[in-house]
Design a protein around this ligand. Structure first.
Ligand code: FMN
Length: 333
């Protein structure tokens, strides 16, 4: 399905959500749902020294990531460590990788990593220099509008423009906002005007109407990254491509069963298995229940068989789908 504004194919990238959109989520998702063009993996940290433990890269092994084209993401602030990590990713077979300059957690950003990289123009420059040299033609960056105020990225755009980046993904919030409050479409537009690289928009795309609105506002944008929207509504990528039929909730059930089976296979003990499915239900439950009771019931499960019974009960009479509110309603573009 082409982008309705430009006729170009619609590029839909699954956002990285550490702890949620790991390898098994991506693989199982693609068994049950369509619509995504690619995925960015949750970040891996750079490490001291030249030896990178294979376990750090296990989730990125190409043989375990056949379902979707994958872009690994790295977080760090040491250009030498970045070079070493990108070398390891190239050895694994990757031709592209992304630098996280958007992580807002104070523990990370205060130490100059994630969104904190935006505070130091000189360090940012050295990281981009190292990244572009170690991953020629395939290095990209994911950023926010700023730390406390939304004007910092616009100031740093001249630095970004000096390097041959493959693309820039912008989440138009400040680090202080974390993931809450309104996205700033005007701030995004200002940066888009300044940026010479292909851009990807990311933030609060929850419905097909959000997608249509953004494509109309920003016809020049080539890619759209979706995170929480697709966790809440796994049909979202298909719907952004024009699918309009009723959602078959039994597809969600089959997906959840598969995801549980994968979690049981990979995690040791009931607690981590339940932790993984509960994390996803935190996003998904509002699509089945308006009042929060379902999520409460799921969170109260202490054993996997208890969780299974709760899911069985929910789908015994297939629940009606609760449509998400538009993520971008009422925003000035
Ligand atoms: C729990 C959680 C984990 C995240 N992990 C990452 C990460 O590893 N790398 C990254 O660039 N962004 C990460 N993000 C940010 C998301 O990729 C995305 O930018 C954010 O959720 C906004 O997009 P959305 O509104 O489509 O969800 C994370 C967000 C959340 C809530």
């Amino acid at each position: 399905m082409p982008n309705t504004c430009t006729g170009a194919p619609l590029d839909l990238c699954l956002a990285p959500l550490r702890g949620v959109t790991g390898e098994s989520y991506r693989t199982v998702f693609c068994r049950h749902f369509g619509g995504l063009s690619r995925a960015m993996a949750p970040f891996i940290p750079t490490v001291r020294g030249v030896r990178i433990k294979p376990s750090l890269l296990a989730e990125l092994r190409p043989d375990r990531n056949q379902a979707l084209p994958l872009i690994p993401q790295v977080i760090g602030k040491d250009p030498g460590e970045l070079t070493a990590m990108l070398g390891a990713l190239r050895e694994l077979g990757y031709g592209c990788a992304d630098l996280n300059a958007g992580c807002p957690w104070p523990m990370v950003a205060r130490k100059g990593r994630g969104a904190g990289l935006l505070a130091d123009a000189e360090l940012l420059r050295r990281m981009l220099e190292a990244g572009c040299a170690a991953m020629p033609g395939g290095f990209s960056i994911k950023v926010r509008l700023g730390l406390r105020t939304p004007d910092l990225l616009a100031q740093r755009m001249a630095v970004l423009n000096d390097y041959p980046l493959r693309e820039v993904t912008i989440h138009p919030r400040t680090a202080q906002q974390m993931y809450e409050g309104r996205v700033d479409l005007q701030g995004f537009a200002a940066c888009a005007r300044l940026c010479r690289h292909p851009l990807v928009y990311n933030g609060d795309i929850r419905t097909a109407a959000d997608g249509a609105r953004l494509r109309a506002c920003f016809p020049e944008i080539r890619g759209w990254m979706i995170g929480r929207g697709v966790l809440a509504d796994p049909f979202l990528a298909e719907r952004l491509r024009g699918e309009t039929g009723a959602r078959d909730v039994m597809r969600v059930r089959a997906f959840l069963d598969d995801l549980l089976a994968a979690a049981c296979e990979e995690s040791h003990g009931e607690k981590p298995v339940l932790g993984r499915v509960k994390e996803l239900w935190g996003y998904l439950a509002p699509s089945f229940c308006r009042d929060g009771l379902l999520l409460k019931r799921i969170r109260l499960c202490h054993r996997v068989d208890e969780y299974r019974r709760t899911v069985d009960q929910l789908f015994a009479r297939p629940p009606a789908w609760v449509e998400a509110a538009d993520g971008l309603a009422g925003l000035a573009g």
